[in-house]
Design a protein around this ligand. Structure first.
Ligand SMILES: NC(=O)c1ccc[n+]([C@@H]2O[C@H](COP(=O)([O-])OP(=O)(O)OC[C@H]3O[C@@H](n4cnc5c(N)ncnc54)[C@H](OP(=O)(O)O)[C@@H]3O)[C@@H](O)[C@H]2O)c1
Length: 472
């Protein structure tokens, strides 16, 4: 039972609300044991006379992860923060969180706001619980909203369920910038209160929610120089670009200087990040984009920009020296004209981000779809190698906290900038999806999840009805 008190603070509100709470009554602070030493003593120091009024409840009110605690603490829900409620002076403790979920696949109409999603429990001692400050949208969110990859992703989520359970309610959102709230016993690299960023794998519950759990390996400390809103624009596209460029393209900081790289489709999320990454590694970067994105891509460092809408893209590119690596984020027919642009018989690589793997398994089932994709890839690989002496590869997103550590260093040294095209408050997630659906991205669309960031995004939307173009 929850005793009658003036305020209850959970570990997730300690930094934001408890420190600024100016009430005079009795206060209860519910926390996990390992969190106690750091934050409890911080609280005592922070407010004079606070210690006498402060009780630590560790046993009598269970953690919000426990069922009993969840039930008891739901009684405090009237204090719970919601993007739709007014801002309150302190945040109540609760076992459920706000999130945007889908309960079926479909159009934007399937997006549903709810405050009834249980706060996720740590799935293992190597996991962390994060408070999400900002998230961002990727084309994958649109595709997943419509059911893309459903079969393969569900197999990854529940390998032993054999179709017995479904994935709903499903939370989308692949990027997170936020704060560590709780660390499993085996987490060594992070502490509660650390500011972090990560790309949430598509087989996990996403970041369009107040909280998300991730493994220690998937998380990285956020760049100091970025706000949460800016930081949330980077992790998923960075993880994809790095995986594609390093694992499939064979590039890295040491081998890239003076290599000629072509990025097909450079004005969106992956492209704007890749230009900067490659320039930081010393590559010569040529890109294709539409004419009105030329200023953006050149500003990010592209050496040559070719307007793909001009009608003579191929001729223009053919007149240039051959490339060592092509990163294709457009797919389809591009590979027909792009492959001859590679330097033959010299280990050059064509890396496509647009692969049929997930759609094949959706349409043909896991086994047949997987086999067909495997056959298509090996066939293309062999053909391209034998006929042109170039390697043909698919690039995929891969969760990689250490890779984000590398990106953090580049961001903090000013070599990589966030490219935030539009930002939406948490109340306007459907509008953010519509923005993405309209296409022609110029960088990233960010969703500010916390109340403070949401208010800022709301204010900026009012000031500038057209989506705000921020950096670079
Ligand atoms: N395999 C993976 O694991 C993986 C991971 C991440 C992304 N992806 C895929 O990679 C692609 C790019 O992702 P993203 O996040 O960068 O998408 P995005 O932010 O939507 O950007 C796409 C960009 O391409 C431009 N574009 C469209 N058609 C073009 C063309 N024919 N030539 C040159 N540019 C063109 C668009 O602008 P305009 O239309 O105005 O030209 C837009 O700026 C998507 O298809 C995504 O699904 C795959």
């Amino acid at each position: 039972m929850v005793p009658s008190v003036d305020a209850i603070f959970s570990r997730d509100c300690i930094r934001d609300q408890a420190w600024t709470w100016r009430g005079t009554g009795k206060v209860i602070f519910v926390c996990a044991k390992h969190f106690k030493d750091d934050c409890f003593s911080n609280l005592r120091q922070h407010q004079e006379g606070f210690a006498e009024r402060l009780s630590l409840i560790e046993e009598s009110v269970p953690s919000i992860y426990g069922d009993d605690g969840r039930t008891a603490l739901r009684t405090r829900r009237k204090n719970a923060w919601s993007p739709f409620s007014t801002r309150s002076s302190h945040r109540g403790l609760h076992g459920c969180m706000s999130a945007w979920v889908i309960d079926e696949y479909g159009s934007n109409a399937v997006l549903r706001f709810t405050e009834e999603v249980p706060v996720p429990a740590l799935p293992s001692p190597a996991h962390l619980l994060l408070k999400v400050h900002a998230s961002s949208l990727n084309p994958l969110d649109l595709l997943m909203r419509g059911g893309y990859g459903a079969k393969l992703l569900q197999l990854r989520r529940e390998p032993l369920a054999l179709g017995g359970r479904n994935e709903f309610p499903l939370v989308l959102g692949r990027d997170v910038s936020g704060v560590v709230l709780e660390c499993g016993a085996e987490v060594t690299h992070f502490r509660p209160g650390d500011e972090v960023w990560a790309a949430v794998p598509p087989w996990k519950q996403g970041s369009l929610a107040e909280f998300v759990t991730l493994s220690e390996y998937e998380v990285s400390h956020k760049p100091h120089s970025l706000s949460h809103t800016e930081a949330a624009s980077i992790p998923y596209v960075a993880s994809t670009a790095l995986s594609a460029l390093i694992n499939a393209g064979g590039l890295c900081a040491e081998t890239t200087p003076h290599k000629r790289v072509l990025i097909i489709g450079a004005s969106g999320g992956v492209g704007t990040f890749s230009i900067q990454m490659l320039k930081a590694w010393g590559a010569h970067v040529t890109v294709t984009c539409s004419h009105n994105a030329e200023g953006l891509v050149r500003g990010l460092g592209a050496d040559e920009a070719v307007d793909y809408t001009s009608g003579d893209t191929v001729h223009t590119l053919e007149a240039m020296d051959r490339f060592d690596v092509i990163l294709d984020s457009v797919g389809g027919e591009t590979e027909q004209w792009a492959l001859p642009l590679l330097r033959p018989w010299s280990g050059s690589k064509y890396v496509s981000l647009v692969t049929p793997l997930l759609s094949s398994t959706d349409h043909l089932g896991l086994l047949a779809g997987g086999m067909q994709s495997g056959w298509a890839l090996s066939n293309k690989l062999l053909q391209r190698l034998l006929s042109r002496g170039v390697f043909y590869r698919w690039g995929f997103y891969a969760p990689d906290g250490p890779a984000l550590d590398h990106v953090r260093a580049l961001v903090d040294s000013g070599k990589v900038l966030p490219v935030v095209e539009a930002q939406f408050p948490f109340t306007q997630v459907p509008q953010a999806f519509l923005k993405l659906e309209a296409g022609h991205a110029r960088g990233k669309t960010v969703v500010c999840v916390t109340q403070e960031d949401s208010s800022e995004a709301g204010e900026q939307e009012q000031e500038a009805p057209q989506h705000q173009a921020c950096s670079p």
